[in-house]
Design a protein around this ligand. Structure first.
Ligand code: ADP
Length: 221
């Protein structure tokens, strides 16, 4: 059963922009898929469709064999997580930032991670010298993006959609983020979808699609 399956979907914004035509895409559990293509081609739009921030004009998107429309968006976005291009942080400490999703009703019944777990994640993402009580907005953009990644990973998503995770990052941060993503894919079977501008070529098996003129072409893997 694929994690995500787009069956012949088409979409355009009301302005006519962001047109996607007859997109069929299958992302199996534990696969790593890169999306390349010119700016404005609709890559982010595809990720918005996969998280029900937009609805296709035609065709159906499935998550684990059920149409997305059957999932309440809040439940879906806990399992199919979008890591946006720019970090989105509210005022608050690092700890509050990481635990933000645990305050929502959809996570009721699950135990939030404790400080020891948060610290372990911070160290893995080389943020070990940042105290949990630090104001998150005081961190550099690269650090904030890594914080957002930890916040995503704590939820143990089935699929992680990374929208140009490297654009705001310095080289060290980029390697850390991509390394962790690869580890999640390999060890936890997380399905990773990544928009890439940097020419990044993973050293492990992956699939590559080019999105251009509203159509998707598989170019590698
Ligand atoms: P990419 O991620 O490939 O750079 P996007 O998916 O961000 O491309 O955008 C595709 C096109 O849709 C662009 O022309 C963009 O200006 C337009 N677009 C993006 N978001 C919206 C929106 N919310 N409303 C209308 N047009 C949009």
């Amino acid at each position: 059963m694929p994690t995500l399956f787009c069956d012949n979907i088409s979409f355009a914004y009301a302005t006519g922009r962001g047109e996607l035509r007859g997109i069929t895409l299958r992302c199996e559990p534990g696969s790593y898929t890169l999306f390349v293509g010119p700016s404005g081609a609709g890559k982010s739009t595809l990720f918005r469709l996969l998280t029900r921030l937009e609805e296709p004009d035609s065709g159906v998107i499935y998550f684990q064999d059920r149409p997305l429309a059957e999932y309440p968006p809040t439940l879906l976005r806990r399992k199919v997580l979008l890591l946006p291009q720019s970090p989105t942080l509210f005022p608050g400490s690092v700890r509050e930032t990481l635990l933000l999703p645990w305050g929502f009703a959809r996570n009721n019944g699950k135990t939030p991670p404790d400080d020891a777990q948060l610290t372990a994640w911070m160290e893995r993402l080389r943020l070990g010298d940042v105290p949990l009580k630090e104001h998150a907005v005081n961190l550099s953009v690269g650090q904030q993006q890594r914080l957002c990644l930890i916040r995503c990973l704590l939820l143990e998503p089935a699929a992680l959609l990374m929208d140009e995770p490297t654009s705001a990052l310095d080289a060290e941060s980029r390697d850390i983020v991509l390394g962790i993503a690869a580890e999640m894919q390999a060890n936890n079977g997380t399905t990773i979808l990544q928009i890439d501008h940097s020419g990044y070529v993973p050293s492990f098996p992956h699939i590559r699609y080019a999105l251009d003129n509203g159509t998707l072409e598989r170019t590698y893997g």
